[in-house]
Design a protein around this ligand. Sequence first.
Ligand SMILES: [Zn+2]
Length: 401
Amino acid sequence: MKVSTVVHSIRRLYTIDPKREGLGVIADAAVAISDGKVQWVGPSDQAPDCPQRIDATGLVCLPGLIDPHTHAVWAGSRADEFAARLAGANYADILEAGGGILSTVKATRLATQSILRSHLTARLHHMRTRGVATVEVKSGYGLSPATELAMLKAADPKGMGMGVVRTFLGAHTIPKEFRHKRGAYVDQIIDEQLPLCAPHADFVDVYCDRGAFDLDESIAILSAGKALGLRVRAHAEQISHTGIAEAAAKLGATALDHLERIDDAGIAAMAKAGTVAVLLPGAQLYLRDTPPPVAALREAGVPMAIGTDLNPGSSPVHDLWTAATLACLTQGLTMDEAILGITRHAATALGLPNAGWIGVGSVADLALFAPPPGEPATTESLLQHMGRQGAQTMLISGAHT
Ligand SMILES: [Zn+2]
């Protein structure tokens, strides 16, 4: 066996390997890797010989974490809006005052691609210190062909030092200049933005909701993206029920996100299509919303992933562990479901079958965490203690960067 690195003496390894039971825990474990892939997993005293050895005594090892939903490319600040909300302003008041998504659009359009890149890099590298190896990043604050393209180019995975999956979200909201001709904006997305942006994206996404895009517009946009070879996902059933979850699942959506107001037909369609539910407890908390029907999703066998939804307005949450803990506290996930939600199920939500687990043939993305002081080396301790889960060591294979 050709091996370039062995991580040994891992106190508790969570393989999250579907071929093993539960979270696939191995105590006193080792992992051997080469060529960006895991070659061997087993007890530390049986690890193959190798000159490069990493001592993981006392540490918890998980697959590099995966954040399946962010809007991490943006310029400008909406801290004033947060203050206004806390003082009692509602969404309509904020929009009236020129706030909301459109204020981020204004600032992002004015920023150069290199400024967008440097802000994004700083945000993603902070996420990496928390154990995140792969992040999904959306466009959607440009809302014109050139600015949407600039956002996607700013998120080029090359040189980022971690995995980046890019999503085209030209259908985030209707830009100001198209306020009275929304049909023309939908046409521009389909005829101009998508053909220009598709080579720089993995997914097409749409914000289907009251005040954004309706069901017919959303399906037209998702179908056009699918025809260009993009995977399908959508911001679905968040503020109001629109029927997009059922329709997008029937279109073969890889993932559907938010789902606070999904109904039984939507859940059944997701289960049938194997679509992943991406839960976003940060947005739920900041918007003081109610949780999605987690028990019904679980009952139907819909896999659940968890994202930060990092964005400058409704979910300025930079930490995936915090999102996972919130999913337990405010949405009713079990701790094992939360760990699956930021590893293997998050990978499935991004169409990455070899990420989010550790086993022969998986990508060699490993995240090593020290438990909080005095706590056992378990995911339960990590999840319970908010803000204490910095990654001690990260190995990122670059296999999908
Ligand atoms: Zn979002």
